[in-house]
Design a protein around this ligand. Structure first.
Ligand SMILES: Nc1nc2c(c(=O)[nH]1)N[C@H]1C(S)=C(S)[C@@H](COP(=O)(O)OP(=O)(O)OC[C@H]3O[C@@H](n4cnc5c(=O)[nH]c(N)nc54)[C@H](O)[C@@H]3O)O[C@H]1N2
Ligand SMILES: Nc1nc2c(c(=O)[nH]1)N[C@H]1C(S)=C(S)[C@@H](COP(=O)(O)OP(=O)(O)OC[C@H]3O[C@@H](n4cnc5c(=O)[nH]c(N)nc54)[C@H](O)[C@@H]3O)O[C@H]1N2
Ligand code: SF4
Ligand SMILES: [Mo]
Length: 741
């Protein structure tokens, strides 16, 4: 007999509510949940393929341990014993920094990934922390850290209320949005147009998103910072700035004026390859709109001037009075955030508190550049990385120069991978610890509720019981925390108890909190939840901004109220949060932080270096997700292909025919890829998607291996970084292209 269960989709940032159909112990169908308070029934092809992904026969069902060179199935206790036996000696002999932790994108899509990695890093006490952020959004964290004093305070466009959206280097019609959680992003953009609003898209490709726009600017890749500086220049030059309510909370306006003075539309036009008049018109439209939001994503982040681009986006939001006002760019307030408190100066945000050992890259938000991981493993000497613990990460495909990382991982003393697949990266592991599929995992969006265009909260328990004897991902990570802490074999529930004890001790000491002065043991006894993670969620909800405060606000949130509302609870539209949210030392928005000001001369110099080289950019396909969804038959084929897109004029100039192979050469290597001639990319630009290259031996990806594609990141050698954030330049790097043979 079949039955249904609600499940929040973990496959992209939109966090749609799904209804799963369950037959016996399998998911047989998935549809959008019409009753979901946020997604109201929306579903995309990936969500609809939830069952195929969940039931993928290539998913690992038990742990693997390396024996005599090859990976063999083993029991869970044996696997953790092996992990401890390999990891402990590295720590004991070489110290904490000899262990690198690598966290991939799925950690923001799992409940375990929100709860345990900080404890793992804390227990290891390593400075070698690498995550997907430095191949993605670290520039935004750095800009927010510097401007607002909080790297996690990220303004999102108030999508449902804005009158004007300036969207830079993002393609939500394929990606479904990023750092802007909005189920049915495409529908929300169409609604913007319907209510008379305008959409401007800046993208060197005419994407499906650009095709919706009133105005599409197709600049030369990597030049957005110069373009945005010119928009700022026009606002000042034409007297179009108006900070509105924020005026008294912002400092550094005159410094920004001075820094951008030279960036007239005429000065940047040739560099951006855009008409000066069009740049000026874009600035005027932005200023004239009753409300507007400037929003930049991957194409404005994984670029040479990623931090400057992200900073200038919020400078534009502030200067037009749109920061923190309805219809502008606003700060969500999630249910597990710290409860708001009176405005006051904070500790600020520091960059470069330590540096990477080999190349001296500055730390950002406690992380080192993922692009530097290979050299940290390979380079001998004191402080060398000898053990690597990966959780949901496939850097062999997602980071620059995968072949080097491939070799480096193969030579490490200990590689532990928490991953459901035996893929390009996990094949190097000594121990693979596969978490259960999503149907058997609970779900709460710690990360994305703080980036959502509407405040709301939803929790779904696992739809199917865990397979007998199989640990969930929380238990796997808790056992690794114990190993890291030298407590291998202790009860993993102890990890949650310690976390709860620590959080309660802090909460009762907080004079602004709802439980100030109360007895931690008494509060702990009030927590509900049938697992450690549920009790930790209950704690965070109850202490959070909408929480019941352990009785202080009886109608407030707790785990129990979430369980009573399986389709979620709406917490209302985004509301202004400045100045309460600011944590800068000045207690104000610092519009012109010293590190970004110091990077402006580099931007100024770039204006003189326009070259005729072909520049490569990436792209995403709706039915794909980074490196790990090419193994589901329902999602393969069609337009979801690894090709080199090139403009007809460039194809003709280079003698490239549609469908024929091209050889592409970059600083880190070369590859052969089929040509797709299309005028959807502008001249001077070619595009290859990432996450392909599934032809390495020793993997278990039978569907993906049949159409492997090539790894675009092999074209990079890892040396091109946005210097402030350590983020790899994955968009707008030079390549040479010729016909193959
Ligand atoms: N050239 C180029 N490169 C890029 C990008 C680009 O645009 N262009 N984009 C970058 C971006 S934005 C990102 S976020 C990174 C992503 O980089 P990664 O995070 O390294 O890659 P993913 O493909 O997201 O997958 C990570 C791994 O998680 C595993 N996984 C899936 N589900 C789970 C789960 O529930 N638990 C656990 N523990 N593991 C799971 C998958 O099997 C896979 O091995 O790639 C970056 N690389
Ligand atoms: N279907 C699908 N959805 C996904 C993912 C996926 O792989 N597939 N990945 C998820 C992840 S991890 C993330 S981070 C998000 C990313 O979400 P988005 O940022 O919306 O994703 P992209 O499609 O990479 O959009 C980047 C756009 O920037 C353009 N671009 C490249 N270089 C430049 C430049 O120099 N300037 C400008 N202005 N534009 C440029 C590219 O042409 C591309 O259209 O998507 C998430 N959702
Ligand atoms: S848009 Fe994202 S969250 Fe929604 S169904 Fe598709 S993959 Fe899942
Ligand atoms: Mo990402």
């Amino acid at each position: 007999m079949s039955r249904t269960a609600p499940r929040i989709c973990p496959l992209c940032e939109a966090t749609c509510g799904l209804v799963l159909t369950l037959d016996g112990d399998r998911v047989t169908a998935a549809r959008g949940d019409r009753d979901d308070v946020f997604s109201a029934g929306f579903v995309c092809p990936k969500g609809a393929a939830f069952g195929g992904l969940d039931n993928d026969p290539d998913r690992l069902t038990g742990p693997l341990v390396r024996r005599g060179g090859s990976l063999a199935e083993t029991g869970w206790d044996e696997a953790f014993d092996e992990a401890a036996a390999l990891l402990r000696p590295v720590i004991d002999t070489h110290g904490p920094d000899a262990v690198a932790v690598v966290l991939g994108n799925p950690n923001v899509h799992t409940m375990a990934g929100g709860l345990y990695p900080p404890l793992l890093i804390g227990a290891l006490r390593t400075r070698n922390v690498y995550t997907a952020s430095t191949v993605d959004q670290m520039p935004k964290h750095v800009s927010s850290g510097l401007m607002f004093g909080d790297a996690a305070a990220i303004p999102v466009p108030d999508l449902d209320h804005t009158a004007h959206l300036l969207l830079i280097g993002a393609n939500p019609l394929e990606s479904n949005g990023s750092l802007c959680t909005a189920p049915d992003f495409p529908g929300r953009l169409k609604a913007l147009r319907r209510r008379g609003g305008t959409l401007t898209v800046v993208d060197p490709r005419r994407t499906r998103t650009a095709a919706l726009a009133d105005r599409h600017l197709a600049p030369r890749p990597g030049t957005d910072a110069a373009l945005l500086a010119a928009l700022v220049q026009v606002l000042f030059a034409e007297g179009l700035t108006d900070l509105g309510r924020l005026a008294e909370h912002v400092e550094g306006v005159e410094e920004v004026r001075a820094l951008t003075q030279e960036f007239t539309p005429e000065a940047v036009a040739a560099h951006c390859d855009l008409p000066a008049e069009e740049i000026r018109a874009t600035a005027r439209e932005l200023a004239a709109a009753p409300t507007a939001a400037v929003y930049a994503r991957v194409g404005g982040s994984t670029v040479e001037f990623g931090t400057l681009t992200n900073w200038l986006a919020d400078v534009l939001n502030a200067l037009t009075g749109n920061l923190d006002r309805p219809g502008g760019a606003m700060f969500p307030l999630s249910a597990t955030a710290r409860a708001p408190r009176p405005a006051r100066p904070g500790k600020g945000f520091a960059l470069g508190r330590w540096r990477s050992r080999v190349s001296g890259h500055p730390e950002a938000k406690g992380e080192l550049p993922l692009a530097a991981l290979a050299e940290e493993i390979e380079t001998p000497g004191e402080g060398r990385v000898r053990a690597v613990v990966l959780v949901g990460a496939n850097p062999v495909l997602s980071a620059p120069d995968g072949e080097r990382l491939d070799r480096a991982l193969a030579g490490a003393d200990c590689v532990i991978s928490v991953d459901p697949y035996l893929n390009e990266t996990s094949r190097h592991a000594h121990v693979v610890l596969p978490p259960p599929p999503p149907s058997r995992s609970p779900h709460y969006d710690f990360a994305f509720n703080a980036l959502a265009v509407r405040n709301q909260v939803r929790y779904t328990r696992e739809a199917l019981p865990p397979a007998p004897g199989r640990p969930d991902e929380s238990t796997i990570l808790a056992r690794l925390v114990l190993i890291a802490a030298g407590l291998h074999g202790a009860d993993p529930a102890e990890v949650d108890r310690t976390a709860i004890g620590g959080a309660l001790a802090k909460a009762v000491a907080d004079p602004h909190g709802p439980v100030h002065g109360r007895e931690p043991a008494e509060l702990e006894a009030e927590l509900t939840g049938r697992t450690g993670p549920e009790r930790r969620l209950d704690l965070m909800l109850r202490l959070g901004p909408y929480g019941d405060g352990f009785g202080a606000r009886p109608d407030g949130l707790s785990l129990a109220t979430l369980l009573e509302h399986p389709h979620g609870i709406d917490l209302g539209p985004l509301r202004p949060r400045v100045p309460g949210l600011l944590r800068t030392r000045s207690g104000r928005i610092e519009l012109c932080p010293e590190p970004v000001a110091a990077d402006m001369p580099r931007l100024r110099r770039s204006l003189d270096t326009a070259s005729g080289e072909l520049l490569l950019v990436g792209r995403r396909h709706l039915r794909s997700n980074n490196s790990w969804m090419h193994n589901v038959p329902a999602l393969t084929g069609g337009s979801n292909r690894c090709t080199l897109q090139i403009h007809p004029a460039d194809a003709e100039r280079l003698g490239l025919a549609d469908g024929a192979p091209a050889r592409v050469k970059g600083e880190g290597g070369e590859l052969e890829v089929p040509v797709e001639v299309t005028d959807a990319v502008r001249t001077g630009v070619v595009s290859i998607p990432h996450g392909w290259g599934h032809d390495r031996p020793g993997t278990r990806l039978s569907v993906a291996a049949a159409a492997p594609g090539v790894n675009v990141n092999q074209l990079l050698d890892g040396s091109r970084l946005d210097p402030l954030s350590g983020t790899a330049v994955l968009n707008g790097f030079p390549v040479r292209v010729e016909a193959a043979r």
